[in-house]
Design a protein around this ligand. Structure first.
Ligand SMILES: [Fe+2]
Length: 409
């Protein structure tokens, strides 16, 4: 975004986005051989940029819409013999580049150019937050934040969401116990994901007259082993919110487990079990007269680096195992090992929900469950909804962007 540095009063060229780019270093000089532009910065760093990369990222109306900042020009339409014919550092520190054969000069924002310098290693353009894996010794309770503060103050919300991405779980306290408050909190973050359980869903004992039609074990009072929700879907929900409205029963303690930490333990201790949980696919299928979702996946899905990307542990929605004959016993051994570790005291965090507690957790990483409760005593009611990890990440980026803009103003 175009802007003016508050301290120096410099007017910067626009950038192909809506972000604010602090200028911490200015270019001391810039040269080109026609194909590459080399920028020497005032701290000694040297950055190199290709002519085609610069031209493709030019912020001018033929390349990016000044309104939407989306691309309107295409690199495949640029001259095949595109080159840089001249480069200069302007008085205000912008870098002016002239392209041939177009004879077009474009000014580049030095803060943007420096931040996106790919010649000195890849930069973190996704704003990833590295997960900190935990067991019950490292994390005895969820990182806890004040619910109303998160609703009112962006700084408080950012802190909570960063903790959510790092640990996979946070607890907001003091969230008003209205039926739709979970929606208000969710929409402060992003978009709710609907499902066959509803836009918002209840986790409470089903009334006696509707029990025959109940479509989840959660609507009864038995214990629920640690699990993820909706492994039956191609895209397992990345986030779940559970808001406690009332809890006067006996039992029903919350159980949460970092599935990545459980996976770490198996990887460190048993190669055969590691192969079983990461390679052998279970078929997950929901049970309902009205819907028949199915998906095949191993319990632990790995990313391209071989690290856990998601846990698929909706264990009560497993279909009959349908794998190579020789893999059947290994599959069950892997499942037994994973779930036994997950339910053990070493990994499981347990606590009582208090009315007004809202727990948000990464449903593709953190397993949730509960101990059994006595439905003859009191009442236990949670209201929940699903979202995605990317909603949290988008909100974090926007909050960080606002923070940068405020600092620059
Ligand atoms: Fe669940």
């Amino acid at each position: 975004m175009a802007g003016t540095d508050a301290q120096s009063g410099r007017a910067w060229p626009p950038t192909p986005d809506f972000d604010t780019w602090p200028v911490e270093h200015l270019p001391a000089g810039a040269t080109t051989d026609g194909r590459i532009v080399t920028v020497a910065w005032d701290d000694g760093r040297v950055s190199r940029y290709h002519a085609i990369w610069l031209r493709d990222n030019a912020t001018e109306p033929g390349t990016h819409s000044p309104v939407t900042r989306e691309q309107v020009g295409h690199p495949w339409d640029l001259p095949a013999d595109l080159a840089v014919s001249a480069v200069a550092v302007a008085e205000n520190g912008s870098i002016e580049i002239t392209f041939a054969p177009e004879c077009r000069t474009v000014a580049y924002h030095p803060g943007w150019l420096r931040a996106l310098d790919y010649s000195n290693g890849r930069h973190d353009d996704l704003g990833d937050i590295a997960p900190t894996h935990w067991d019950s010794r490292r994390l005895a309770a969820p990182p806890t934040f004040d619910g109303p503060a998160c609703m009112d103050r962006d700084g408080a919300l950012l802190e909570a969401l960063e903790a959510l991405m790092e640990f996979g779980i946070v607890r907001l306290r003091g969230v008003p116990t209205d039926e739709t408050e979970v929606q208000r909190v969710a929409e402060r973050i992003g978009t709710i994901r609907n499902s066959n359980f509803g836009f918002l869903f209840d986790v409470k004992t089903a009334p006696a007259d509707s029990r025959k039609a109940a479509d989840s074990n959660a609507y009864f009072s038995g214990a629920l082993a640690p699990h993820t929700d909706l492994a039956t879907r191609e895209y397992e929900p990345g986030l779940q919110l559970l808001h406690c409205l009332v809890n006067t029963t006996r039992g029903g303690r919350a159980v949460y487990v970092d599935g990545f930490a459980v996976a770490d333990r198996i990887r460190q201790t048993d190669p055969d079990l590691w192969r079983a949980v990461t390679q052998i696919e279970w078929t997950f299928s929901n049970r309902s007269p009205a819907t028949d979702y199915r998906w095949r996946a191993p319990l632990v899905v790995l990313d391209k680096n071989g690290d856990p990307r998601e846990i698929r542990a909706t264990t009560f929605l497993r279909g009959p195992l349908n794998v190579d004959f020789d893999d059947v016993e290994a599959a069950y051994a892997g499942l037994r090992a994973f779930q036994t570790l997950a339910a053990g005291e070493g990994f499981a965090m347990t606590f009582d929900y208090a009315p007004g507690d809202l727990v948000a957790f990464d449903n593709r990483r953190v397993l949730h469950g509960r101990t059994a409760f006595d439905e003859a005593i009191g009442e236990r009611a949670l209201k929940g909804c699903y979202m995605e990890r990317e909603e949290v990440l988008s909100r974090i980026r926007i909050l960080r962007r606002a923070k940068r803009a405020n600092r620059a103003a």
